[in-house]
Design a binder for this molecule. Sequence first.
Ligand code: FPP
Length: 257
Amino acid sequence: MTAKPASSAAGSSRIAGASAADPRVTDGQAIPRHVAVIMDGNGRWAKSRRLPRVAGHKAGMDAVRSVVDAAPKLGIEVLTLYAFSSENWKRPQEEVGFLFGLLKTYLLGEIAELDANDVRVQCIGDWRALPAELVTLLEGAITRTANNRGLTLVLALNYGSRDELVRAVRKAVATNGHDSHAIDADMIDAALDTAHLPAPDLIVRTSGEQRLSNFLLWQSAYAELVFTETLWPDFDGAALADACAAYARRERRYGGL
Ligand code: FPP
């Protein structure tokens, strides 16, 4: 990963004059500004090796390191990782505890390097309902990296899109004088956890499953979807580059011709 650039405003397009709907192009290839990933297949990866499920999650953390390193080199500005869904609480308590432990390990072990590499950490979802120790660590990581201008790394934690939408609609109604007719799409956009982020251009799901599983349902209205058979622990920066190449071959029309 490269060191902090002198100036690279996160959120600004690399193409002068490009709007959110314009494909950004480098070396003739369209680059997704925001890539969101459903990291799936950890359990199957472990099972195929006769290992406990948690071994798959542990290997999945290495894949996280690889894609976070590769993303800014590919020109990606925002990388959102679906790390813990609001439905994941249904898993055995030990697995949930292991996932929280991994996240803690990741934050403690990587925060200095993330900061040095100009990565800005953010969270979406009802992440403040996670264990207090984790919330404190997350708040620390967010504050420490808040002024960074390289990759924005968004961790979706205790995230569920329908829950986010319900919270957003309530917020939009509350801030608009309870007049439901005054509510429009922009107001809902502004009330979502992702209000400050560009919409995802590309959503990748690993492990062969082809569904969104309550992830960024509103925001993915015009996203390109790439499904790969690769299990998450086998995914890496090269696989992310392949997904970006698949994205570059798509024609985005946003409902037009
Ligand atoms: C889905 O695989 C994966 C998860 C629910 C957790 C994702 C967590 C990580 C990759 C670990 C570290 C994350 C960070 C951000 C440091 P699954 O268990 O549902 O797999 P399966 O469908 O094969 O059972």
